[in-house]
Design a protein around this ligand. Sequence first.
Ligand SMILES: [Zn+2]
Length: 253
Amino acid sequence: MASQEDRYARHRVIPEIGDLGQKKIKAASVLIVGCGALGSVQAQLLARAGIGRLRIVDPDLPELVNLQRQLLFDEADLGQGQAKADIAAHRLSRVNSEVKIEAQVARVDASNIEALMTDVDLVMDATDNFETRYVINDACVKHQKPWIYGGVIATTGMSMPVIPGSGPCLRCVFPDPPPPGASPTGLTAGILSSAPVAIAAIQCASALRLLVGDIPPQVALLTLELWQGSAREVQVSRDQACPCCGQARFEFL
Ligand SMILES: [Zn+2]
């Protein structure tokens, strides 16, 4: 059997990562908010990449309707009374026993986000609603932690890294969350099974890039249309009047 040293050989040989980058990945800790379709892929990719510590937070138990796209769960998990976060931790410990995995069965909101993210280096958005994304955004801007936005609906997905102090935050791009019920949900519009896999893969690449210290000089909002097989990139900049990260906020502090 190959030694553990060989586990990350395919990453270490990539110049953008290298031995030093792999050490930085091992020293890093990440919070994954949600363990559905996006979170399943993020957790697997980051565990396989050798992240030092992963904290996975999700309130739900797996259901039959999840299996179409949530790759960490299978039929044997249904009706067992075990939460997704706990199942994920068990699976991932077999994927990579070097990774410290912390599962928490909870719904992330404004009351617990700061406690969950203060001791991690980066936050992954694996939620299915805008309300929680704004909670993540505001806490990450406050604590100057990067987070990676990702969202999927029907055959389309979007992703953008948020790097407080450098790039735009979510409110610079979308100042306010859509009113409740105004935007389609997975329940009403569906989710193509491959869409969250693609978006989570982009999010994980962005996360590893930031964790090895390669900060992009310009941030883009990426939209993937999976059915057409097309991608669109829009360069986005920080809004100096942003109520969350703009100058106005600091003037009034
Ligand atoms: Zn902003």
